[in-house]
Design a protein around this ligand. Sequence first.
Ligand code: B12
Length: 142
Amino acid sequence: MLLNNRKKIIMGVIGHDIHSVSNILIEQALKKEDFDVLNLGVDIQPDYFRDSIIEFGADALLISSLNGEWKYWIPKLTHCLKPLKTKPILYLGGNILSLNNKESKKELSKLKTFGIERVFDKEQNFNNFLSYLNKDLHHNVL
Ligand code: B12
């Protein structure tokens, strides 16, 4: 069996969210960057993320939420990943933060308590995300 040392990434859209466009685009962009990508697609519940991490092994888990359901699902995901000995770095992107500045600060700090350090809201540049991902995975800065 040939082994490679490409970093492994699992991605999917959490909850009952069926917005698929960004999911497809992000997968294509990551494959060009030479990552091993397992795309679970849309409508993905926490236990499926967990089982995939166990099966595939993952250095990073990219969670998308476009329809606002993340507030319900992220606490459930955190609970579900708790028993894992090695956890991937968690990234959350999509339509995440409120427009209200005060509210969005609260949301960010809440996400930190759930172990999500990297949040990429809708208007953020994708290259910015890729540079964080490369730094996190290749230099273990978190
Ligand atoms: C197309 C669309 C649909 C289609 C989806 C078809 C499909 N196969 O994907 C249909 C009609 C099915 C749909 C349904 C619904 N939708 Co809709 N939809 C949209 C729309 C118009 C475009 C989404 C899109 O494809 N954008 C293009 C992609 C490329 O952009 P993106 O999704 O924003 O993703 C970018 C970033 O967010 C980022 N990103 C995404 N994930 C991640 C992850 C990481 C790690 C990183 C770094 C970046 C990242 O990358 C992308 C490129 O920049 C948006 C409005 C809009 N203009 O955004 C509403 C929108 C997302 N929908 C919305 C809603 C409310 C719904 C429904 C609940 C409506 C209803 N009442 O039924 C349902 C939900 C269905 C469900 N179960 O999820 C809301 C969500 C509001 C919220 N977040 O609170 C929006 C914002 C419309 C609005 N202004 O109200 N929708």
